[in-house]
Design a protein around this ligand. Structure first.
Ligand SMILES: Cc1cc2nc3c(=O)[nH]c(=O)nc-3n(C[C@H](O)[C@H](O)[C@H](O)COP(=O)(O)OP(=O)(O)OC[C@H]3O[C@@H](n4cnc5c(N)ncnc54)[C@H](O)[C@@H]3O)c2cc1C
Length: 472
């Protein structure tokens, strides 16, 4: 078998030099740790259901910090603030029910250092889920092996800066959610459609039910001293406070899923990319027997409306119902692909498959992250392309800095502006390089341009380390 770090592949419809290990950089190689089936990565249903069961009432609830969105950025921000300022009342409002979703994610050394500075215990929990990425085999449409790349090629160049974590997205979300004090996280609720109102010393928000709530109530009012938009790549809070319209599409849709490893199709500890014209399908195995897959397909502009406005669409996500079935759509997209690919999709529970568009914002249009008593973190603030594998790490850096600023200035607009001043000069170059890489690729340049100037900047930000968060 040939070992080829670079190979010619069809990706997005054009023949390009593609570094195969970078294809779908945010998901990848096999895991080696022991473990069970999906239950092993399941969100503790009893705990999260208990947390979620608060009664929706017309009474106004007063909080110090309201965080919209319980992805890595929102949960880490809540962890940092509750740790540094235990006297503050912090609430996270998450639209979806917490359950195993997504595929796999890299937290690069800078992200892990930020998490360690934020809370050493949570850092240790996340690190415990790390599965070293092994070799990835690339197959063509006939199933023939056409390449093999070291699975750790994403993180290996940065190994000297400290450990990275390669883990299931669901394990990361669970580790962060489990680290929060009781009552902080509320699920199946979302920001309402009416814009938050700045009422002098607080912001008034409407939070509405996003699922089938036992109490049947529809909305409640929150008075928050500050509000943080951690609501991801289609941030609604961003539109409420900045109103700068939808993000730009990379022209692809990604399906992500996890399932108990189907023995017939996926070998233990394996990682495979099937590379075909215009699209690709990648599998990896974690914790012994949890398989993840990611399918990347062209997404025509005329169907963009199916993805815009619903960041991560799953069949039964938060009870809102998708406008189409991700599983059916995915089966159709891979209809003429090898049996293994179709077999894996068919074996996956429809509820475990989510689809999203891959979008970005031009950094020169992201110079403002907040107004008044509102700010943004993570993808909501500085959505780049996934080509540097920095999305989650940047969200963790945001969480640390915002917690530090709220510790220093309280839950005030001054804290939010101090956070934005500190983080923008660091996050924007990363967003800019990731967008530039994509545009060069689109324009026909080889992919990715690993020139020295870019690499030295990349090494600069991966090498970052952080002072521990002051704690009360
Ligand atoms: C379900 C899911 C699966 C993912 N899987 C992967 C993966 O496998 N690999 C990978 O590299 N990246 C994945 N990502 C993306 C990755 O988490 C982010 O790119 C990165 O970590 C930055 O995180 P974030 O917290 O800023 O945004 P996100 O991770 O996108 O989190 C945003 C959160 O806000 C919630 N939300 C959105 N709108 C509202 C609203 N109006 N009210 C309340 N809550 C709202 C969303 O449900 C979500 O939980 C996934 C994201 C999600 C939401």
């Amino acid at each position: 078998m040939q070992s080829v770090p670079l190979q010619t592949s069809h990706f997005l419809g054009q023949q390009r030099l593609v570094r195969t290990a970078s294809l779908l950089r945010s998901s990848g190689g096999p895991g080696q740790s022991a473990g069970g089936h999906l239950a092993g990565v399941g969100i503790n249903a009893a705990a999260t259901a208990g947390r979620a069961r608060v009664s929706m009432s017309s009474a106004v609830e007063k909080v110090d910090v309201a965080i919209i969105g319980g992805g890595p950025g929102g949960l880490a921000t809540a962890k940092g603030i509750t740790r540094a300022c235990p006297e503050l009342k912090v609430r996270v409002f998450e639209r979806a029910k917490l359950r195993p979703r997504g595929a796999s994610v890299f937290v690069m050394p800078n992200g892990m250092h930020a998490l360690e500075a934020l809370d050493p215990e949570t850092h240790a929990r996340v690190l415990a889920h790390h599965s070293p990425a092994g070799a990835t085999v690339t197959r063509n449409m006939a199933g023939e092996v056409i390449g093999e790349a070291g699975g750790d090629s994403v993180a290996a160049p940065f190994a000297s800066y400290g450990p990275c974590a390669y883990l299931l997205w669901a394990s990361l979300q669970k580790a962060l959610a489990d680290s929060l004090p009781e009552g902080v996280l509320e699920t199946e609720v979302r920001l309402g459609d009416s814009p938050p109102r700045d009422e002098g010393d607080h912001v008034r928000l409407q939070i509405v039910s996003a699922g089938r709530r036992p109490d049947g109530a529809a909305a409640k009012e929150i008075e928050a001293r500050v509000v943080v938009g951690a609501d991801g790549n289609q941030s609604q809070l961003r539109q409420h406070i900045l109103g700068d319209g939808p993000s730009s599409s990379m022209g692809v849709g990604l399906f992500r899923a996890l399932l108990p490893r189907p023995e017939k199709w996926i070998a233990p500890n394996s990682a495979t990319i099937w590379a075909g014209p215009k699209q690709a399908f990648r599998t990896a195995v974690f914790q012994g027997d949890v398989a993840t897959w990611t399918g990347i397909v062209p997404w025509p502009a005329e169907e963009e409306h199916l993805l815009q406005g619903r960041a991560y669409i799953a069949a039964n996500d938060a009870g809102e119902g998708a406008r189409f079935s991700p599983k059916e759509r995915c089966l159709r997209a891979f209809e003429h692909w090898p049996d293994a690919v179709r077999g894996i999709i068919a074996a996956t529970d429809a509820d475990s498959i989510l689809v999203h568009g891959q979008n970005y914002r031009d950094p020169d249009r992201c110079t403002v992250w907040g107004r008044g008593r509102a700010t943004l973190v993570g993808d909501a603030a500085h959505l780049g392309t996934p080509l540097l594998g920095q999305g989650t790490s940047q969200a963790l850096e945001d969480a640390l800095e915002l917690s530090r600023c709220i510790h220093a200035h309280g839950a005030t607009s001054s804290a939010l502006r101090a956070y934005e001043r500190a983080r923008q000069p660091l996050a924007q170059p990363i967003q800019a390089i990731s967008v530039d890489l994509f545009k060069r690729f689109q324009a026909g340049e080889s992919f990715p341009p690993d020139n020295e100037a870019r690499l030295s900047i990349e090494h600069g930000f991966v090498a970052r380390s952080f002072r521990p968060l002051p704690v009360a």
